[in-house]
Design a protein around this ligand. Structure first.
Ligand code: SF4
Ligand code: SF4
Length: 359
């Protein structure tokens, strides 16, 4: 990214935000491939164009390029680090390997310890895939007991294969008859995985450890917006900009038909509030099949991410989420606990009372 492009992005992005606080999220590929000087320059632009507004930054990384110099910067600037790690060594190294084919787990764990030594705030971003979905307790306790992780973000891996002439091999939403990639989770596996770690969390860790799916589910029960787009009623508030200034509707939709324009020629506000992105935002709600609209768990699920809505319902309507069966297992299982926590919160008491209420 050229310096002029960086400056335009920081300036326009700050001007676009209507809240007092402005949050920048840096991710890739691997954002630490950019030299630290790039981010120091970004901070200077943020200070200049922020004109006293509160600016926050988070960076999502695999941690393998982290250095003491990076840690000092992250600590001094108060950046939040999202570290990609998929569980124990065996789980993580099943798919996360470097260019030589060697597992990266040890380097990621070393990076976490370095962040902890420098007092940098971090959270774990874990994909749930074929290699770890069958070991939910070993997975969860690794994060809690060995990494002392307080914030765990789970992301189920579901990909479909479609070979394109330009070398890409992943299917887009509207591609049909595609094979599910073998490293993906199956719906029932995902549901059972969530139930098993929920059972551990709800008895021991409420208020101490934060798991994004559980937080979002409780938000749905409370009727408030969840912290993650996939469980929200509408989405599309987090457009993504590529290194050349091209802007797309969402990180998962970096395809030509979802390109909104280029920040140097089309203007960020025009793209973010334009017709195309508004239509994208509405799609999440407007394209729900009747099965979802009438579902008892709609308040917490909202059909999950449109990216995964490639199934047909029992009566043949398109647009059902691939993970639906798993979510039904999960929501059914957690409903009594969610009811209890909602009532506690409404009564002005902490949700952590749930830990002793069901013994
Ligand atoms: S398409 Fe999915 S990932 Fe993208 S903003 Fe919507 S819910 Fe989020
Ligand atoms: S659980 Fe299934 S039917 Fe219900 S809202 Fe979610 S995807 Fe739709």
């Amino acid at each position: 990214m050229e310096r002029g492009l960086l400056e335009t992005y920081v300036r326009d992005y700050i001007q676009l935000q209507q809240t007092p606080e402005v949050l920048f999220t840096w991710h890739g590929g691997e954002p630490m491939l950019r030299p630290l000087t790039f981010y120091k320059q970004a901070v200077r632009y943020q200070q200049y164009y922020g004109r006293g507004r509160q600016i926050s930054n988070s960076i999502q990384t695999n941690g393998t390029l982290l250095t003491p110099e990076w840690c000092q910067f992250l600590h001094d600037e108060g950046w939040l680090v999202g570290l990609s790690i998929d569980g124990t060594k065996e789980m993580h190294d099943a798919y996360r390997v470097d260019a030589k084919g060697e597992g990266t787990w040890q380097r990621v764990v070393d990076a976490i310890h370095m962040l902890q030594d420098y007092g940098v705030e971090w959270n774990a971003m874990a994909t749930v895939n074929h290699a770890n979905v069958s070991q939910p307790l070993a997975f969860y306790t690794f994060f809690r007991d060995e990494l002392h992780c307080q914030f765990l973000q789970l992301s189920p891996v579901v990909e479909r294969i479609r070979h394109h002439s330009d070398g890409r091999h992943l299917a887009q939403l509207f591609d049909e008859n595609c094979a599910i990639a073998p490293y993906s989770v199956k719906p029932a596996e995902w549901g059972k995985f969530l139930c098993d770690i929920f059972d551990e969390w709800v008895r021991h860790d409420v208020g101490e450890m934060f798991v994004n799916v559980f937080d979002a589910t409780l938000a749905g029960w409370m009727g408030v917006a969840p912290g993650i787009c996939v469980y929200a009623e509408e989405c599309g508030h987090a457009v993504v900009m590529e290194h050349n200034g091209d802007v797309y509707s969402c990180d998962h939709f970096v395809f030509p038909q979802y390109r909104l324009g280029n920040i140097l020629t089309d203007g960020l506000p025009q793209m973010v509030y334009g017709e195309k992105q508004t239509a994208f935002s509405r799609l999440k709600k407007d394209s729900l099949p009747r099965q979802c609209r009438e579902c008892e768990w709609l308040k917490a699920c909202h059909g999950e991410c449109p990216r995964l809505r490639f199934l047909h319902t029992a009566d043949g309507e398109p647009g059902l989420n691939y993970l639906c069966a798993g979510y039904k297992i999960f929501f059914q299982h957690v409903a009594p606990y969610m009811d209890f926590m909602r009532n506690e919160l409404l009564a002005g008491r902490p949700a952590s009372g749930v830990m002793t209420a069901f013994v």
